[in-house]
Ligand binder design. Structure first.
Ligand code: PMP
Length: 449
């Protein structure tokens, strides 16, 4: 990037003798980091507190992104910070495979007890969401001794090779990175709007079982109960139940990816609970560590025990500091009633967005408002036509909101969905301040178009 003092076509005499300006963080970032890792916003953050961020210049932002659904318990929740601090003072790393420590066991016990369904559970701790997905597939294959894995179009499961193979969106995630591990099949994901009906997805599964792959060769079906990156598409509960039935019938492992939906986000500890089914395995990450990197596979003990001793692990997997934070996260969710709070916040968000949608100037651009609990999205379209994604408006909205002090994230197969993922600890006042800014910004962008 050209230093600022060279950009002016008529530099003053004084300028010519000044030392070159320090390159900005943006320029240094561009020079030092590959473009494949992109930034939504050119904001360098310095600190954060609950639902607010401050940048290097001291500007404050209301955070409706929560680091992509990570700080459900707010930035730097005092109880979580204290637990991590206390652990830092004792031991930061041992590697559980070498010398175990109690907090890993305690966290596994807590997750086992929280996982839906009566079957005894076991938990493996890891570091990232993608790693949890990789390990869930390994465990399902070891248990079934089968190869095939079925996933869904529009799904997102991470950026490692198997997770990418399972991800149902090409650009930008998969472009140029193949070949991917084989034996992966994608089905259409049904939605409550009815553009893909539950029966159509079930029919597609039935076709797959007859046309492509014998059920006795399928190790697992992997599904997000609400697609996150895919656009906050809620899987209808009857579809989750139908998958449970097919898996039971054929001995297929049902893996539910709760990485974005977990930890009170949807108004229950896990989104699976809305359908009342018991998954065989769940992948967990994001909200679990309250900002520290930790993930998990929690599932039926018999299945979890399939891999041989030594077949699972990771140097940093289940770090003591992250385990301490995660135990505090689970306490905070319970003590502060964050499941109920998620439902309350979701109601307020949906009410606000529906009111916006009713405005004559905005009804042609807000095609849909949807979600569950505090996982809420609005889909932007052109001229009220759901088949014409409002990509340009969605992409303009994030930076325009950031200019006015609110961070929002786009998502969706066509990148035309705005998602609202405020920390569940946000105050009503801050939520409404942020929503009003989003509403005003959208009105101004539409008026200027
Ligand atoms: N699964 C889902 C549903 C996700 O939303 C994500 C991250 N957005 C992942 C997996 C991958 O997690 P990570 O980025 O921690 O690898």
């Amino acid at each position: 990037m050209v230093p600022n003092h060279l950009e002016s076509p008529i530099a003053s005499t004084v300028d010519q003798f000044e030392a070159p300006a320090e390159p900005t963080w943006g320029a240094r970032r561009e020079a030092a980091i590959p473009r494949g890792l992109s930034n939504l916003l050119p904001i360098f953050v310095e600190r954060a507190e609950n639902a607010e961020l401050w940048d290097l210049e001291g500007r404050r932002y209301i955070d409706f992104a929560a680091g992509i659904a990570v700080v459900n318990t707010g930035h730097r929740h005092p109880k979580i910070v204290a637990a991590a601090h206390a652990q830092l003072d004792r031991i930061t790393h041992a590697c559980f495979q070498v010398t175990p420590y109690p907090s890993y066991v305690e966290l596994a016990e807590r997750l086992n007890a929280l996982a839906p369904g009566p079957t005894p559970k076991k938990t493996l701790l890891l570091t990232t969401g993608a790693e949890a997905v990789e390990n869930a597939v390994k465990i399902a294959r070891a248990h079934t001794r089968r190869r095939g894995v079925v996933a869904f179009s529009g799904g997102f499961h991470g950026r490692t090779m198997m997770a990418l193979a399972l991800t149902g969106k090409v650009v930008p995630y998969k472009s140029g990175f193949g070949p991917f591990p084989g034996d992966v099949y994608h089905l259409p994901f049904p939605n409550e709007r009815g553009s893909v009906k539950v029966e159509e997805s079930i029919q597609a599964l039935d076709n797959l079982l007859h046309a492509d792959l014998d059920p006795s060769e399928i190790a697992a079906i992997l599904i997000e109960p609400v697609q996150g990156e895919g656009g906050f598409n809620v899987a209808p509960p009857e579809f989750m139940r139908a998958l449970r039935q097919v898996c039971d019938e054929h001995g297929i492992v049902l893996i539910v990816d709760e990485i974005q939906t977990g930890f009170a986000r949807t108004g229950r500890m896990f989104a699976t609970e809305h359908s009342g089914i018991e998954p065989d395995l769940m992948t967990l990450a994001k909200g679990l560590g309250g900002g520290l990197p930790i993930s998990a596979v929690t599932g039926k003990a018999e299945i979890m025990d399939a891999p041989l001793p030594g077949g699972l692990g990771g140097t940093f997997a289940g770090s003591p500091v992250a385990c301490a934070a995660a135990l505090a996260v689970l306490d905070v969710i319970e003590e502060e009633g964050l499941c109920a709070r998620a439902n309350e916040l979701g109601m307020q968000m949906r009410r606000f967005l529906e009111t916006l949608r009713a405005e004559p100037s905005l009804s042609p651009v807000i095609g849909d408002v949807r979600g569950i609990g505090a996982m809420v999205a609005m889909e932007l379209v052109e001229d009220g036509d759901m088949r014409r994604p409002g990509v340009a408006l969605t992409m303009a909205l994030s930076p325009a909101c950031a200019e006015r002090g609110v961070v929002i994230l786009p998502c969706g197969l066509y990148r035309n969905v705005v998602r609202f993922l405020a920390p569940l600890t946000i105050s009503d006042a801050l939520l409404h301040e942020g929503l009003a800014i989003v509403g005003d910004t959208l009105r101004d962008l539409v008026a200027a178009a």
